[in-house]
Ligand binder design. Structure first.
Ligand code: SF4
Ligand code: SF4
Length: 87
């Protein structure tokens, strides 16, 4: 299981989740190349430890446990994984 960043992050990208993630698996961070160009942030499914900190911190409820992704946002699971080279 992993957490996934979905549609509500688009246009927000405030990086509150980056600050609280204990394993630094959310990218690109504001310090990394590509942050400005990224439509939204992504969670590395290989690194996420399912701690729920990002979901608690996110002001727009964009972080979901994989199994709780709304049906109309299921594509974001692949979008997040693909950012890191695929699942
Ligand atoms: S659930 Fe925890 S480990 Fe996974 S992305 Fe969110 S803050 Fe990071
Ligand atoms: S806290 Fe939420 S809105 Fe902000 S960057 Fe993370 S997922 Fe996007």
């Amino acid at each position: 299981m992993t957490y996934v960043i979905a549609e509500p992050c688009i246009g927000q990208k405030d990086a509150s989740c980056v600050e609280v993630c204990p394993v630094d698996c959310i990218h690109p961070t504001p310090d990394e190349p590509g942050f400005e160009a990224a439509e939204h942030l992504h969670i590395d499914p290989e690194e996420c430890i399912d701690c729920d900190a990002c979901a608690t911190a996110c002001p727009v409820d964009a972080c979901f446990p994989l199994e709780d992704l709304p049906v109309d946002q299921e594509r974001f699971a692949a979008v997040n994984a693909d950012f890191f080279g695929g699942a």
